[in-house]
Design a protein around this ligand. Structure first.
Ligand SMILES: [Fe+2]
Ligand SMILES: [Zn+2]
Length: 480
């Protein structure tokens, strides 16, 4: 069934649509093979280094340290040809010697500081060859290091430094493009990973899509990166399948609810109200951890027709927060600056738990972009903040709760046996309608995967099967 006429429609899907969403491509921070543009040059001015147009070998100056090899170390390896975007037309060093200015083929200019360049040297003496780990450490860095000369050799810039050490190293031009920190480059890179794609219908793949097709896991993780959730249809209803599927993305993340948990009505003393037939309001899981679960996997093993209720709900917390910022700027500011307390204090367990973690409900980076949303009202404790912020906090909290509950785009549907719901617990909130068993059974098997493993998997698979796009922000408070 069609789910919405527009993004402002409340989405209620009782029968998930069978179409799958294609991954949407956007700006790539990783360079792909492409044609090289013609080389340009600059003229030498007083104190500046002239651009070399042709590769050549530099004579080693007295006092210079010869790099052990011209080959870059593993993780920084510039093993792809430059794209047109990555090509430079000229470069020069300023008269002081502390700035290398590069003009790219599109006319954009970037400055690289001598300290940055020295620390970023890609030679084997500075980076371990196989692992790419840094051998040249910050403690070795001469704070007054300057650039003596820069010349081009193929796709690298060979840089000779002066100061306490006269190191001769190099940085690939591709590396400079990738890590360009000009304000424009940073803005483009940050915009590319911003959460700005939202689902208008439930992203779905089939079990065969994921397990039988070469790019199946990539398409799965790409949906999770773009939309924050995805349903895999037709996963065999075996107890071990949820972990087998999860391990296709990353290792299982253990928690106080064990590595694998059963969501069903239990006769045992409750360790969490999820193990009852009660409804659960929108929330994220385990925000009282420093590193709350990343992906959550919920595999429907049994959901008898006679069970009434028990529908699953998803809302994109990032979308809610972005809209809340527009509609409630003051309350948004309060939630982004006043720390909330998340806690799990439960001594009546076989292993008592006393966990607290304090953080604002909305996390921002230096550019005020949203990098985290934290919403788990049932596990919030009393706030301990300056007196003049207490009322601001609760008023903003009440407003945000309303925004989550009344979000114009929500997904509500009844899981089918074999459905595997996977969502990014850092980005979306999930909920459940209460249910009545009527003599039947509702049994989901769940587990988590750490957010870092997920993000890494997206990036790696994107290199192989996609166009190199990095993961969208996953909500883990990464400040980039
Ligand atoms: Fe939950
Ligand atoms: Zn070096």
């Amino acid at each position: 069934m069609a789910l919405s006429q527009s993004m402002t429609t409340f989405l209620r899907c009782l029968s998930p649509k069978g179409t799958e969403l294609q991954a949407t491509r956007s700006f790539s921070r990783i360079f792909r093979p492409g044609s090289r543009s013609g080389q340009g040059h600059s003229t030498c001015t007083a104190g500046c280094v002239t651009t070399l147009l042709q590769p050549r070998t530099l004579p080693l100056k007295p006092g210079c340290v010869q790099a052990s090899s011209a080959a870059p170390a593993a993780s920084m390896k510039a093993d792809k040809p430059l794209t047109a975007q990555g090509e430079i037309t000229s470069f020069e060093v300023n008269s002081k010697g502390n700035i290398l200015n590069i003009t790219w083929h599109d006319g954009q200019k970037s400055n690289f500081h001598s300290l940055w360049l020295r620390y970023s040297c890609n030679c084997k003496a500075c980076l371990e060859e196989n692992t790419g780990q840094r051998l040249y450490l910050c403690e070795n860095l001469d704070p007054d290091v300057l650039i003596k000369s820069v010349e081009r050799e193929g796709d690298n810039l060979v840089v000779v430094f002066r100061g306490k050490e006269n190191h001769k190293g190099f940085v690939p031009i591709q590396f400079l493009k990738q890590y360009d920190y000009s304000s424009k480059a940073l803005a483009i890179k940050k915009a590319a990973i911003e959460v700005n794609i939202y689902a208008t219908e439930i992203p779905e793949l089939t079990y065969d899509d994921v397990t039988q097709k070469e790019d199946g896991v990539y398409r799965w993780t790409k949906n999770l990166s773009d939309y924050g959730f995805c349903v895999i249809k037709g996963v065999p209803t075996e107890e071990t399948m949820v972990t087998k599927m999860a391990e296709m993305i990353g290792p299982i993340q253990d928690t106080i609810y064990d590595d694998v948990f059963d969501v069903h009505v239990s006769d045992h003393q409750l360790t969490n109200v999820a193990y009852s037939a009660d409804g659960l309001i929108y929330h994220q899981d385990l925000l009282y951890y420093e590193s709350p679960p990343g992906l959550q996997f919920l595999h429907t093993l049994k959901f008898d027709d006679c069970v009434s209720g028990g529908e699953s709900l998803i809302v994109d917390a990032f979308k809610v927060a972005n809209e809340f910022r527009q509609s409630h700027p003051n309350e948004f500011e309060a939630l982004a600056t006043i720390p909330a307390t998340f806690q799990k204090i439960h001594y009546g367990r076989s292993v008592p738990v006393h966990m607290t973690f304090t953080r604002p409900l909305i996390g921002l980076n230096a550019e005020k972009q949203i990098v985290g949303v934290h919403w788990e009202p049932a596990h919030e404790g009393p706030i301990e903040v300056p007196e003049n912020r207490v009322e601001d906090f609760y008023r903003a909290h009440i407003a945000f709760a309303k925004a989550v509950k009344e979000a114009p785009v929500q997904f509500e549907w009844r899981m089918q046996e074999g459905d595997l719901l996977v969502f990014n617990n850092r980005r979306v909130c999930h909920a459940r309608n209460g249910f009545v068993m009527n003599g039947g059974t509702r049994h989901l098997k769940g587990c988590y995967v750490n957010i870092d493993h997920f993000k890494s998997r997206v990036n790696v698979l994107s290199q192989k099967f996609g166009n190199g796009d990095l993961s969208k922000r996953v909500g883990n408070m990464c400040l980039f």
